[in-house]
Every structure is written in structure tokens, then in C-alpha cells.
Write a protein that binds this ligand. Structure first.
Ligand code: GLA
Length: 385
């Protein structure tokens, strides 16, 4: 995917829509997200600490008098026509299922009095763990809400996006990505309680350090099924302990059933309990301007994801190990679902270019391929343009 500025992206999508359908579309921008800490805690009713970024998806949408709806993925020049009243997941449907899943949910609840056309494109690299999928889902539900004046709340919209991913994409994701992409605020991260959906806004300032994302440029194919497996393990432990979610489980309670669990499942449960604690500690550290502690908690998070939750991969581990050894880096961990994608790093502002050069060379030497870097701004959530 070519990296466009948002202005270029908006112009590109608008022009493509005008040329294809000869009408003026409504335009929506939905951002991707990063997550500072709190990984795989969202579907355990726990805490996450994400932020929306200045890269995302632009969606153009408008009503049509045609007898069917169409959607067009401009980046890959792929078009699909459909009957909105008659939708089902498409086997190997890739991007189409994100869009169709959202439309299916909206049509189930609301009467859309006309057909419509959609064109979209993005400037978030897909597979990087920056939630291009949640951005796409949110852009569609937000666009439909505006176009048909459905008056949905933002909460309602993100649950529709999530349901689309569960039922059409078959990834039983939590709510973090959709939430961050919808509710993000400039220069801020949101400490989100995934049980109550209440969040606390934090101005993010890491003082002499800045956030740097490093993409391994790998995505291992088992990611989706492994994700659902992890969720099943967590739900099994919660049900054994007769509570709603791992959020309600203490280390003592988990230890009390250790003998009945596989060792690997015990470690997964332990990871979630500890990661929840780390997310809260990290938010306290940010309040106290203790960036060193924040960084240590990030390394702790990665350690748990690697050794207990078992969702990392050699490329991610390599980048985090390198960061740990570097004097320019005070915190790093894999970000998102795992098995590839990006690490998030806290790097000395003065030494960013040195650090980049060093880690890029080391990565190249180890894997004979390049990693990529992204410096992102924390930005506002899904909105009309
Ligand atoms: C993916 C999911 C999220 C969350 C993260 C891991 O991004 O979509 O809901 O579970 O993985 O923290």
C-alpha cells in the first residue's frame, strides 16, 4: 500500500468515487490505533491503553438509484456488488467480509431506504497490527449512520463493528480496536475499562522519549485461529471459577485450580491477570511522569506475551531483545494480536535516527529482510470530513 498523506488520500477517494458514480459522496475518516499496554485483556473485561493515530481509512459513500449496492477497494482495485437484504459471509472473502458484516448488522436493525455505493482506501499498512480492519468497519458504520440519519450512538456503532468481525470475519475480537478508532482524541491515549466501556483520557507526553513503531513485515497465518484459541482458554478458566471473565480472577483463585489446568493454560490465565495489573500501573506511572517505569512495564508485557501467552514470534522477539540492549530505548513490546506486525518502542528523541539505523541493520542481518518504521501522531477518532 502506498503511503499517502491524509489530504492526498481524501482527494484520491473522492475523485475515484466521483468518476465511478458521477455523484458527490459523503466522506468519513476512521483512524487505526496503537496500544501502549494492556494486550489481550479486552476480551477478559480488563484494561487497555490505546490511542487513535493519524493514519487510517477514508470511505466515500452515497445513495444510488441502481438495483444493487457496490463497494470498491481502491487500493487493490477490487469491486463487489451485492444485495443488502441478502448478505452472508464470503468464504475467503478477505476485505469484503469486514464491510458486508457491518452492513448486515445495520440492515438487521434499521430500514435503509435506498441502495448505496462505497469506495474506500487507506494509508495504514494492513497486517501491521494497527487495526486497519477496525478502521474499515468503523468507517462503514459511521458512513451509513450519517447517510441514512440513523442516530446511532458511538457505542452502538462500535458494537456493530465488533459483531461484524465476530460473525463475518470469524475473529472473536475484543472491543479495544473499534473503541480506540471511534473515540480517540488528539495527543491522548485512553485507559479503557472494557467491562464498563468507560475511559480515562491521558495526555501522552513521554518527555525525552517518543513512540516509534517497528513493523516486522511478517504476519504468520495462524494468527486468527490462535487468537480465538486464546479467548477460549480464558473463558474456560473464568467458567471453572464461576466468574464472568478473567478480570474477576485473582492470582490466588487461579492457583487454587492450577492442578486442574494444563500448565500452558495456567500461564495464559496468569498472563492476563498480570497484564491487567501492568496496564493500571502504567497509567499511574504516566500520571507521575515516570517514563522509566512505563518502559519497564512494556518490557514486562512483552515477556508475558512471549513466554506465558505465547502469541509472539521470532521476529518480534528479536526487535524487543535488541531494544532492551540499546541505551536509546527504555521500553518495547509487541503490539496487537501478535504473530507478526509491529513492536511499540519508547526511544530517546535525540537518538531516534541512530536507533533506527542500528536496529534496521541488525534485523536485516538476522532475517535477510527489512523492517519498517512509523512515527505516528495520536489523533481524533472517526469523523466526517
Ligand atoms: C486484536 C483484537 C483486539 C485485542 C488485541 C490484543 O487487535 O482485535 O480486540 O484483543 O488483538 O490486545
Amino acid at each position: 500500500m502506498s503511503i499517502h498523506t491524509n489530504q492526498e488520500l481524501i482527494a484520491k477517494v473522492r475523485n475515484a468515487f466521483q468518476q465511478k458514480y458521477n455523484s458527490e459522496p459523503l466522506l468519513v475518516f476512521a483512524p487505526g490505533r496503537i496500544n501502549l499496554i494492556g494486550e489481550h485483556t479486552d476480551y477478559n473485561d480488563g484494561f487497555v491503553f490505546p490511542a487513535a493515530i493519524d493514519k487510517g481509512i477514508v470511505c466515500a459513500i452515497q445513495k444510488t438509484t441502481a438495483t444493487s449496492c457496490t463497494m470498491y477497494a481502491l487500493d487493490i482495485k477490487s469491486e463487489h456488488s451485492f444485495d443488502k437484504q441478502n448478505l452472508a459471509p464470503i468464504t475467503n472473502g478477505s476485505w469484503k467480509n469486514y464491510v458486508l458484516g457491518v452492513i448486515f448488522e445495520v440492515v438487521k436493525k434499521y430500514n435503509l431506504d435506498s441502495n448505496f455505493n462505497i469506495v474506500f482506501a487507506g494509508n495504514i499498512p494492513s497486517g501491521a497490527g494497527l487495526s486497519s480492519s477496525a478502521a474499515l468497519e468503523n468507517s462503514i458504520v459511521f458512513g451509513l449512520n450519517e447517510l441514512f440519519a440513523l442516530e446511532m450512538s458511538k457505542e452502538e456503532m462500535i458494537y456493530i463493528s465488533q459483531k461484524a468481525e465476530h460473525d463475518f470475519v470469524n475473529v472473536k475480537c475484543g472491543i479495544m480496536d473499534q473503541y480506540a478508532s471511534m473515540f480517540g482524541q488528539e495527543n491522548s491515549a485512553l485507559l479503557l475499562d472494557c467491562r464498563t466501556l468507560k475511559s480515562e483520557l491521558f495526555k501522552v507526553d513521554f518527555q525525552d522519549y517518543e513512540i516509534l513503531l517497528i513493523n516486522t513485515n511478517v504476519k504468520h497465518s495462524l494468527a486468527d485461529s490462535a487468537y480465538n484459541d486464546r479467548r477460549n482458554v480464558c473463558e474456560k478458566i473464568a467458567s471453572l471459577l464461576k466468574v464472568t471473565a478473567l478480570r474477576d480472577v485473582t492470582k490466588e483463585a487461579l492457583l487454587s485450580i492450577k492442578e486442574t489446568l494444563l500448565e500452558e493454560d495456567f500461564l495464559k490465565g496468569l498472563y492476563v491477570i498480570e497484564e491487567n495489573e501492568r496496564a493500571i500501573k502504567a497509567s499511574d506511572a504516566l500520571k507521575e511522569n515516570n517514563v522509566q517505569l512505563f518502559g519497564e512495564l512494556m518490557f514486562g508485557s512483552h515477556n508475558g506475551l512471549q513466554h506465558q501467552y505465547n502469541v509472539s514470534c521470532v521476529e518480534l522477539d528479536f526487535l524487543v531483545d535488541f531494544a532492551k540492549e540499546s541505551k536509546h530505548n527504555i521500553g518495547a513490546r509487541m503490539m496487537g494480536g501478535g504473530f507478526g506486525g509491529c513492536t511499540i518502542n519508547l526511544v530517546s528523541k535525540k537518538e531516534v535516527s541512530t536507533f533506527k539505523e542500528e536496529i534496521a541493520a541488525a534485523y536485516k542481518k538476522e532475517f535477510s529482510k527489512a523492517c519498517s518504521f512509523y512515527q505516528v501522531q495520536l489523533s481524533k477518532g472517526t469523523h466526517c470530513i
